[in-house]
Design a protein around this ligand. Structure first.
Ligand SMILES: Nc1nc2c(c(=O)[nH]1)N[C@H]1C(S)=C(S)[C@@H](COP(=O)(O)OP(=O)(O)OC[C@H]3O[C@@H](n4cnc5c(=O)[nH]c(N)nc54)[C@H](O)[C@@H]3O)O[C@H]1N2
Ligand SMILES: Nc1nc2c(c(=O)[nH]1)N[C@H]1C(S)=C(S)[C@@H](COP(=O)(O)OP(=O)(O)OC[C@H]3O[C@@H](n4cnc5c(=O)[nH]c(N)nc54)[C@H](O)[C@@H]3O)O[C@H]1N2
Ligand SMILES: [Mo]
Length: 752
């Protein structure tokens, strides 16, 4: 591997060229077919060769020497002992065996949420789930941090799996460009987030589409606490976080009272408008949801609300809602209410009209493409049926046997003895990290596969060093992308890193189920097998693929599946004939009132969308003590906590930036560049002030992704907002993450 060579590889942030020399990645460059390549891969060369790579299998001293009982109290504050692979695998297999024999597989938590890396075979989550299934099963996790509340509510309202709706029943970019006159964006559409997509996004097109929309004279309205969440051409309505449902209700109130709603559409295509209308007008609760009422909650003037409602009724309007709105307490409500508002406008099923969720959240949303069967490693079946809603991990660890409600079910948390993580970083992604750190002391044993010493790896008992995609061969393909990649092995594994597949194969063999797990194939055997299956499947669609060897030679090909001709008008069949093409809801129609949800008996969330006052927001009593609302968006310069090793080395990159309005900064004697402490009753972190007028007053933004690194007093040095966020479910319906429901205060550090 000494000669200099350049190859293309694929990643969640797109395809890019990688140049290697003498066994090292020396530089990266853009991929020719990408009109707007992401800068994220620039961190790859230094991250891959970084000093924070896990070199060898590592065991926490207390766990290794004292066993689980002694180990628990020390996680996160201990030394590691390196062992040779054979011994490490023996110990790990023996511990898995002990737990499954003593407590059953229902005591193993293998949810292992996380984005891991692109690449279809070495997909860490598929690998761990297949492995744990082959050894008798595990407690899994349900839905995602991204969209858990949406995944729960949308099937009740629109009768469809949320992901199916996202990929199958939303307007494509070309259709919006052609037909939409007014684009009303709750939470904006920010191309910064469209840099990434699960499994890859080769052509970064979102910026280009937004420019097409504004150049073409489309009306753009950005309803967000941050101006930068949409193009500057958009009208900015700087809303108070957590109050979108109130604004939507007021828009609905104007439509209802000014007779601007499509009553016929509501009669033929929706159920429950009558019940909802009584709530809207205040007949049922005494409070009409007028623009004046909403102004006091969301901070948008009544005249602006009236004007917007009239425009929405007069024009072909597409309402879009960012995923962030449902990553908040009662995050189900703005998603439900937005669908209700769209139903009142009566444009659902018309080209360029209606409702869409998550445009800009990831690169694939809106891309017109023919969907093909994926390339996935079969995971087998899990004999353990028990699961938790994904974001309830700390609750689970803190209250084994504890009761909770979830989407109409009364459930109990399992009693977990062993946690196994491969491809995620809970000490990045979970809320209230001090609480998680406490919950993390409960299990006997925590096993983590990681390329880097992340905060999660530093809190594991057994850390097995994993390769990165550059150290192994794989196939790259994302469902919303027309490119297919052979991802070459570019360098040898760093130190003693091994592929997750090889680690699991060796453990499975020790546990007596090696053949079940491998089916007699090595990694290359699987790649050829999975590729051949994909090749056969797509040939039924009339697409002929080259052989695996030819793909390997060519590095990448484009499939003939992109283009507007692959996308029809969303929900057209339902609009044309709701009897013949009903939705999958119990009524077959849009459920503005859901008998099912009403039947759950959750008094805080009745059978129609409602405004629920959040526990933490600018209108709460707690705002006296913590007067700033913290939003924690995705970082612009990377994907979550990935590549953080390299990014944290950039001078002044850490602690993380905190965007703060000039008036809030002045009030606290903070100037641009100052290091500040952001704090509330749950914890505190450092951050570096970025002062400006692109965020509304009383709101601050700290991006996610810094590696949690508390000092002895518990003050996080790197600027991870999750030390501050609140760890409660969105509601009993979705039990998702409610990261955006957080109040804080900021102070200048005495010596900055
Ligand atoms: N406050 C707040 N918190 C949030 C959010 C928010 O908006 N606000 N957003 C949430 C959302 S939507 C998400 S999706 C989560 C994301 O949270 P995660 O998906 O957990 O974050 P990542 O940093 O992508 O974690 C992936 C980990 O896998 C490791 N990895 C990469 N490749 C491999 C591999 O091949 N093998 C192994 N074994 N490991 C590998 C990486 O080094 C990294 O540590 O964060 C959530 N947290
Ligand atoms: N560069 C980059 N892109 C990413 C990721 C990444 O890590 N890096 N992660 C990816 C993942 S896993 C996901 S799930 C998506 C997430 O996609 P989103 O959920 O859309 O993204 P966020 O950045 O969390 O939030 C978008 C904006 O919502 C606004 N916002 C917050 N609260 C409210 C509110 O109450 N009301 C309104 N109206 N606006 C609010 C904030 O100003 C924030 O900037 O992003 C994906 N894209
Ligand atoms: Mo996500």
């Amino acid at each position: 591997m000494s000669a200099r060579q350049t190859k293309v590889t694929s990643s969640h942030w797109g395809a890019f060229k990688v140049t290697t020399e003498n066994g090292r990645i020396v530089s990266v460059g853009p991929f020719e077919a990408d009109p707007n390549p992401s800068a994220i891969p620039h961190a790859v060369p230094s991250a891959v060769h970084h000093r924070t790579r896990v070199a060898r299998p590592s065991f926490r001293r207390d766990w290794l020497e004292g066993g689980p009982e002694r180990a628990r109290s020390e996680r996160g504050n201990d030394e590691y002992i390196e062992l040779p692979w054979d011994e490490a695998l023996d110990i790990t297999a023996a511990e898995l065996d002990r737990v499954r024999k003593e407590h059953g597989n229902g005591a193993i938590f293998g949810g292992s949420y996380g984005w891991a890396s692109a690449g279809r075979f070495h997909h860490a989550l598929s690998q761990i789930h297949r492995f744990l299934n082959s050894i008798g099963g595990y407690v899994s996790s349900y839905a995602s941090y991204s969209t858990a509340a949406a995944q729960a509510i949308i099937p009740h309202v629109l009768g469809m799996n949320f992901l199916k709706f996202t990929w199958g029943e939303q307007n494509s970019w070309p259709m919006i460009a052609e037909h939409t006159e007014l684009l009303v964006m709750f939470g904006g559409i920010n191309p910064k987030n469209a840099q990434v997509s699960m499994g890859g996004v080769t052509r970064h097109e979102t910026t280009g589409w937004l420019k097409t929309f504004s150049d073409g004279g489309m009306g753009l309205v950005n309803i967000s606490p941050q101006r930068g969440d949409a193009p500057d051409e958009a009208e900015w309505l700087p809303i108070i976080p957590g109050s979108d449902t109130a604004l939507m209700l007021a828009l609905a109130h104007v439509l209802e009272t000014q007779d601007l709603c499509d009553r016929q559409f509501l009669d033929t295509h929706a159920v429950g408008y009558d019940v909802f209308r009584r709530y809207l007008t205040g007949e049922s609760d005494g409070q009409p949801k007028t623009p004046e009422w909403a102004d006091g909650l969301c901070g948008i003037a009544p005249a602006v609300i009236r004007d917007l409602a009239c425009k929405m009724a007069a024009k072909r309007t597409l309402i879009t809602v960012a995923w962030s709105l449902q990553r908040a307490q009662n995050g189900e409500q703005p998603f439900w209410m937005a669908a209700t508002l769209a139903a009142m406008l009566g444009q659902i099923g018309l080209p360029g009209g209606g409702i869409g969720y998550g445009y800009g959240a990831i690169g694939g949303v809106g891309v017109p493409i023919k969907r093909l069967d994926g390339i996935t490693l079969p995971q087998g079946t899990n004999p353990i049926e028990d699961f938790i809603p994904v974001a309830r991990i700390a609750d689970m660890l803190l209250s084994p046997g504890g009761r909770y409600d979830f989407n109409g079910q009364a459930r109990r948390y399992p009693d977990i003895k062993l946690v196994y993580w491969c491809g995620g970083n809970p000490f990045h992604h979970h809320q209230d990290l001090n609480r998680l750190a406490n919950a993390w002391m409960q299990p006997d044993t925590i096993i983590v596969h990681e390329p880097w010493w992340t905060p999660t790896a530093k809190r594991a008992d057994i850390v097995l060093p994993a390769t990165t995609p550059y150290e192994r061969e794989d196939i790259g393909r994302a469902p919303s992308d027309s490119f297919l990649f052979h991802m070459p092995k570019l360098i040898d594994p760093i130190a003693e890193a091994r592929n997750d597949y090889d680690i699991f194969s060796a453990l499975a063999k020790r546990l007596g189920c090696g053949d079940d797990f491998t089916e007699g194939r090595d990694a290359e055997g699987w790649l050829r097998h999975l590729f051949d299956r994909f090749r056969q499947n797509v040939s039924a669609d009339g697409i002929e693929l080259p052989s695996y060897d030819e793909l390997r030679d060519r590095n990448w090909i484009e499939l003939p599946i992109a283009g507007a001709e692959h996308c029809g008008t969303p929900l057209k069949a339902f609009r044309d004939d709701p009897e013949a093409a009903p939705l999958g809801t119990p009524s077959g129609k849009i459920e503005i009132f859901s008998q099912t949800i009403d039947g759950f008996g959750y008094k805080e969330t009745p059978g129609h969308p409602v405004w629920c006052t959040p526990d933490e927001w600018l209108g709460a009593g707690a705002a006296k003590q913590y007067p700033l609302h913290l939003v924690s968006p995705q970082p612009a310069d990377k994907l979550h906590s990935q590549l953080e090793a390299a990014l944290a080395d950039i001078p002044d990159a850490r602690p993380s930036p905190v965007l703060i309005n000039a008036s809030d900064a002045a009030h606290r004697n903070i100037t641009d560049g100052d290091v500040v402490r952001v704090f509330n009753g749950r914890g505190s972190c450092l951050a570096r002030a970025v002062v400006g007028d692109r965020i509304r007053d009383s709101v601050i933004a700290v991006p996610t992704g810094a590696w949690y690194d508390p000092d002895e007093a518990g003050n996080d040095q790197q600027g991870n907002p999750n030390i501050l966020t609140r760890d409660i479910g969105t509601s009993r319906i979705g039990q998702g993450s409610s990261a955006h429901t957080t109040l804080v205060e900021v102070e200048k550090l005495a010596d900055s």
